[in-house]
Design a protein around this ligand. Structure first.
Ligand SMILES: Cc1ncc(C[n+]2csc(CCOP(=O)(O)OP(=O)(O)O)c2C)c(N)n1
Ligand SMILES: CC(=O)[C@@H](O)[C@H](O)COP(=O)(O)O
Ligand SMILES: [Mg+2]
Length: 588
């Protein structure tokens, strides 16, 4: 069979193919994804699982006129390759390259930008109702949503509304029984019963007034096409339940679906992962969190752990393995995770609620209304705080300082390193009179020998790390290690002092007053939004005590920072070591 993919520059080309050519295209597309992702990294498993579905959807529907939305969007690599981005797909997630998620500004085929889960049904319904209101009764609207994402509250809100609108939408439920980790919950059990034909209940989707079809084999291309053609002709809300295998077509990815969700570099022939360095290196912050939580929970039976569908990504998996009766994966349900933690705290437990900074944005009201207002001692561990890198603006955890420090009762902290993280976790579980948010970044810390005995620390206190008499640099979080490095690189004599402020709230005001007494020129540095962040807090305090100082804030400016390597993004945001160094050197 001659090569086909190289001649496909848009779905129009795809629609000229015969069934045999379509099947061959699926083979080529799958191989193309494996080839590129094996070298350039990215989300592999989900995209491999929807190769046939992607082809069937673009073959059957008149995209981009018909609207197609990919929920989360991590499975949209085939969609991007078939819609004119084949030649540049090797720039996927690279700085200056295409996004790893659908993005409206990137292509007319990307009907809606995604990245956070469970938004597709609401957006789709919005478009379907808009079409009708604008006199368009022929356009089709399709959302592809996974079995973990459809279990999230927002997806149910969309289904619940769609069910009474008679809107012309098709929800394709891509059921592979996996989130990043195995999907969880009663809906998972129900879908399993449906797939095994043992469901005794009424069909849940039909109860919501959806025309339900399936379950069908999501890798049977001719069957998918015939089913989609049939559904096109049916009015109103429809749901097609397809069964797929995450990682389909790469044996290693099918066998280890968690790792191959985003495997890093691997051998495109064998699937073998690239060997990581054997040299002793600092741990990932997530592992410091996960292993420390087990250490603490073994000695304190009030401790419980909660993760909204990120057991592996957050390393909550360590506690789930060691103490399964006290660690919960609640599914993609950040709002639920926060308020179940509140309920547990209200009843005397000590909940460690681990949520990626960006995903906590979805549970903001719960933090205020259910936790802070009632002053409940929930310990939020915000992983992926700061610029996260290749996942880009949908995933950067850069707003948490600003959106949390304005909430009464809630402490907000950002430890300098692994030791400080462990000591704050240890201190928090000794008993708090209110909630705390502990933020830390994606990736590795700076201390190889991090498993030191933990000790109680004074919550809210800052420390001087270097004496000086001319400029004071105040940093919060691990970005402070860049300051330590740059001060070792320049000959500043005794001119520059450096202070670590692990707590953004409460601010160490005594230390700040002392700094204001001794310095007229102050620099603040944070891996977070400048507006409302740590620097703003210092400036607010200076103004409140009528201190007239030069305060230069190094924080993320009022723009969305793109995707790319984190070091590149630090430069883009102006918070990299060189930017601070250049600023300081002009005063030496
Ligand atoms: C609000 C939100 N929480 C968590 C995540 C992290 N996340 C990305 S993919 C994923 C699992 C999605 O599973 P599913 O919807 O079944 O799709 P599949 O990967 O199986 O195709 C999760 C939890 C996210 N993107 N958005
Ligand atoms: C697609 C998605 O939202 C997750 O897979 C996210 O990309 C995980 O990020 P980490 O790789 O930082 O765990
Ligand atoms: Mg799934």
């Amino acid at each position: 069979m001659k090569a086909i993919l190289e001649h496909i520059d848009s779905p129009k080309d795809l629609r000229t193919l015969n069934p045999e050519e379509l099947t061959h295209l699926a083979f080529e597309l799958r191989q193309f994804i494996i080839d590129i992702v094996s070298a350039k990294e990215g989300h592999l498993g989900a995209s491999l699982g929807v190769v046939e579905l992607t082809i069937a959807l673009h073959y059957t529907f008149n995209t981009p006129t018909d609207k197609l939305i990919w929920d989360v969007g991590h499975q949209a690599y085939g969609h991007k390759i078939l819609t004119g981005r084949k030649a540049i797909f090797d720039t996927n997630r690279q700085f200056g390259g295409i996004s790893g998620f659908p993005k409206m500004e990137e292509s007319e085929y990307d009907a809606f930008g995604t990245g956070h889960s469970s938004t597709s049904i609401s957006a789709l319904l919005g478009m379907a109702l808009a079409a009708r209101l604008q006199g368009n009764f022929t356009r089709q609207h399709i959302a592809v949503i996974g079995d973990a994402s459809i279990a999230s509250g927002m997806a149910f809100e969309g289904l619940n509304h769609a069910g009474v609108t008679n809107a012309n939408i098709l929800v394709v439920l891509n059921d592979n029984a996996m989130g990043i980790d195995p999907s969880v919950g009663a809906l998972k059990k129900y879908l399993t019963n449906v797939k095994t034909g043992t469901a005794k209940e009424e069909n849940i989707f039909e109860c919501l007034n959806f025309h339900y079809s399936g379950p069908v084999d999501g890798h049977n291309l001719p069957l998918l096409i015939s089913e989609l053609e049939r559904l096109k002709k049916i009015e109103g809300p429809k749901l097609l339940h397809v069964i797929t295998i995450k990682g389909k077509g790469l044996k290693k990815a099918e066998e280890n679906q968690v790792v191959y969700h985003a495997p890093g570099k691997f051998n495109k022939q064998t699937g073998e992962l690239e060997k990581s360095s054997t040299n002793a290196q600092p741990p990932k912050f997530q592992d410091v969190f996960g292993r420390t939580l087990v250490e603490l929970a073994l000695k304190n039976d009030k401790i419980v752990g909660l993760t909204p569908a990120m057991p592996t990504g957050s390393s909550m998996k360590f506690m789930m393995d060691a103490l399964p009766e006290r660690a919960y994966d609640v599914g993609i349900a950040e709002q639920h995770a926060v308020t179940i933690a509140a309920g547990m705290a209200a009843d005397g437990l000590i909940p460690f609620c681990n949520i990626y900074s960006t995903f906590l944005q979805r549970a903001y009201d719960q933090v205020i209304h259910d936790v802070a207002l009632q002053n409940l001692p929930v310990i939020f561990c915000l992983d992926r705080a700061g610029l996260v890198g290749e996942d880009g603006p949908t995933h950067h955890g850069v707003y948490d300082i600003a959106y949390l420090r304005c909430i009464p009762h809630l402490m907000v902290c950002s430890p300098l390193n692994e030791i400080e993280l462990r000591n704050i976790m240890y201190t928090a579980q000794l008993g708090l009179h209110g909630p705390i948010a502990i933020r830390y970044p994606r990736g590795r810390g700076s201390i190889v020998n991090w498993q030191q005995p933990m000790k109680k620390v004074a919550l809210g206190k800052g420390q001087q790390l270097r004496k000086g008499n001319h400029i004071a640099i105040l940093s919060t979080g691990p970005i402070g290690n860049n300051v330590i490095e740059l001060l070792n690189e320049i000959d500043s004599g005794s001119k520059i002092a450096h202070y670590n402020f692990p707590f953004i709230k409460p601010l160490d005001k005594e230390l700040l007053k002392d700094i204001f007494q001794n310095f007229d020129h102050i620099i603040t540095l944070e891996d977070g939004a400048a507006i409302g962040g740590f620097g703003s807090a210092v400036l607010d305090f200076a103004n409140n005590i009528e201190m007239n100082k030069i305060i230069k804030i190094f924080g993320i400016p009022d723009v969305f920072i793109p995707h790319g390597p984190t070091l590149e993004l630090y430069k883009e945001a102006g918070i990299d070591k060189m930017s601070v160094k250049k600023y300081v050197q002009q005063f030496l």
